[in-house]
Write a protein that binds this ligand. Sequence first.
Ligand SMILES: *[C@@H]1O[C@H](CO)[C@@H](O)[C@H](O)[C@H]1NC(C)=O
Ligand SMILES: [Zn+2]
Length: 335
Amino acid sequence: MHSSSSVLVGLACLQGAHAWGALGHATVAYVAQNFVDAEVKTWAQGVLGDTSTSYLANIASWADTYRTTTAGKWSAPLHFIDAEDNPPSSCSVDYDRDCGSSGCSISAIANYTQRAGDSRLSKANKAEALKFLVHFLGDVTQPLHDEALELGGNGIKVTFDGHSGDNLHSDWDTYIPQKLVGGSSLADALSWATTLTTDIKTGSYANLKASWIEGDDVSSAITSATRWAADANAFVCTVVMPDGVAALQEDDLYPTYYNGVISTVELQIAKGGYRLANWLNKIYAKDIASGAASKRSPEALPDLTGADLLPAPRPLSKLKLARAAMGGSCGNHNH
Ligand SMILES: *[C@@H]1O[C@H](CO)[C@@H](O)[C@H](O)[C@H]1NC(C)=O
Ligand SMILES: [Zn+2]
């Protein structure tokens, strides 16, 4: 029998391996590139030092690589929020209940929203902030990044397309999107993004897109990002596991389950890209175009560590203790 701690370490490795896979993140980034204002593109290219046509797609999965390094281990909890709801009967996200004491995707989005446009930070700090934003606005639209149950589904063993060793989280992150698109290269992402962009501009999403960004406000980033997380978390009850966990383990998830969820996967990727563009446009308008950042006096330095953004300290729940026990990432546990 495995000890429970070795099981937890194993789950930590699975969680560390993916997060919308490279395909999903690059697609979110390419969609966003199609909707950012021209001056936002120039600004982002300057901060990132990349004037190529893939300037956001190139860095979209940087955060997933970084979290697996010794230096970046601290950032692992920022890829998700462990909503302690009760799917499939009840889904919800509550920032004060669900964001861990070392932060979560929502506090991170608020933190890097503040930092990306702040001229007092170095170019490297601003680039870090942009890279995290491009990634986390993708993660937050993946329903299982907004769910505590079985560590965001990492603990739910399923079979997908003949692969019996899969878990539900990585199928949603990686294998379901790859099944649709047929690959995971940047060229695959670009092609998927081109289709989704047309859907947003003139197709099936044309009438929905305004609702995706309704109320988004970079000055209330916690509120905005909590709304995004709750929007994605609701799909855990309605689409990801409407009949509970055991029902997912009866058959291969391909093709019946896949056919039932794939339109939600596409919707969430498109939504993530469209939101990201709007968010970057708003950061630019507030902090850069207005010159607000350069007019700030050095004496009025706010707390840019983001510590003030975290929820109030409280005792850790059992689920949060389990997350904490498994540490941030793979590769560092066997010393
Ligand atoms: C904000 O970002 C800085 C730089 O990456 C980091 O050191 C700090 O822990 C972050 N704070 C939060 C609350 O995420
Ligand atoms: Zn991630």
